[in-house]
Design a protein around this ligand. Structure first.
Ligand SMILES: [Zn+2]
Length: 98
């Protein structure tokens, strides 16, 4: 697992009612099954309004997602690896470890 997760408190953010479509959280998938990817669980629900910054320490791929501290928060995320930054052999190993 090479994903590093940071959470930033944004207590001033406006908090809407949780989306009833996602009573058990959301599994974010940014990959659409193309190429190597990393996956990590997120603390769910989040501590409150804020956002996660998720970065792969191996290839530098990074993204962010908002949290509300509610039931419709993200609970996991899949992030595509930047293939050009990783040699063929090592991204294969990364996938197997995930
Ligand atoms: Zn990566």
């Amino acid at each position: 697992m090479t994903l590093e997760v940071l959470w930033f408190d944004r207590t001033l953010a406006r908090s809407d009612a949780p989306d009833p479509e996602y009573p058990e959280g959301v599994d974010l998938d940014l990959c659409r099954d193309i190429g190597p990817a990393c996956w990590t669980a997120l603390r769910y629900p989040a501590r409150g309004p804020g956002y996660y910054h998720i970065a792969c320490t191996r290839c530098g791929s990074a993204t962010g997602c908002m949290t509300k501290g509610q039931t419709d928060d993200p609970r996991s995320i899949r992030l595509p690896c930047r293939v050009s930054a990783v040699s063929g052999g090592s991204f294969k190993m990364e996938n197997q470890a995930a």
